[in-house]
Ligand binder design. Sequence first.
Ligand code: ZN
Length: 365
Amino acid sequence: MDKNMLSEYAKLMVKVGANVQKGQKVRLYAEVDQYELATLVAKECYNAGASYVEMFWSCGAVERLHYENASVETLGTVLSWEEERQKQMVKDLPARIFIESADPDELSGIPADVISTVGRMRSKVLKKYRDEIDGKHQWLIVAAASPKWAKKVFTDDDSNTAVEKLWNAIFSCVYLDGNKNWEQVWKQHTDTMREKADWLNSKRFKSLRYKSSNGTDFTVQLIPGAKWCGAADINRVNGAAYVPNMPTEEVFTMPDYRKAEGKVVSSRPLSYRGNLIKDFSLTFHEGKVVDFDAREGYDALKQLLDTDEGSKSLGEVALVPYASPISEMGILFYNTLFDENASCHLALGECYPTTVQDGEKMNEE
Ligand code: ZN
């Protein structure tokens, strides 16, 4: 891997992505195999004037061992020191940078209900802290090429070639390759996305109609007061503009979860917890999925839809231009951060408070 590119990537994350501010604390999350990149990012954070960079290391292989050996009760229990750490986060409002490099198959074979039960148990305790800092700090999710993920994407290549190819794909997706002036490129990119979102907002569209020769014939209404958002966001406390996802190509808003009708047919596969769901369709009535089908991954799709009471309704609708580096590459990344930016998409489940007027001031209900 070109060390130079890696250090440019670290700069992009800190300057444009998280936009770390002078005197601000940073929480940096990475897998142990990404220590080289994480070190570069930590260095850039300090260069930007961060007061402290706190590392959160994880290891996918150990995570799997936990699921294979520890009880749901143990895994779902949030320890008191973990909670203290979250309380500290609410106090400090650090910028948070998540570097994702997990093997898409990391937890494959672990029963989906075990994973979702553990997730729910932990969320019960931790969600309030996440909600508390929502909109009040900068955060960023980016990806890094790990051997296991790379082999999943480039199956026919040997490990080194696959990793090299995945890195190059990641750099293209975040407009780094060949762009010495990436800061300018990103400014233009986020400006364009904001213009599109502003235009959509000015039209106050009430509903979206989808039609395609693949069988899609679908209408979804937007929630009254729905707000289209683009790539960039603002920390309301310190005013720092940041880009929470890199790459990002979408403008998105909040549907009315009670009002979706018709059938949506996928044009691309969906990678979900180690399963590939292919050639699938969802049929909605009164906002809920009432029927579904999949040529491959039917059971995974069924589990996804059965997650909880909200998982059959929509939380996000997003529009993505046909021409974008990700879409044109034609690569299936097995990672939603990339794959969702290759096509228009709908997301089931929870919505984003920022996508409705005054959403941040509303209570959960
Ligand atoms: Zn999206």
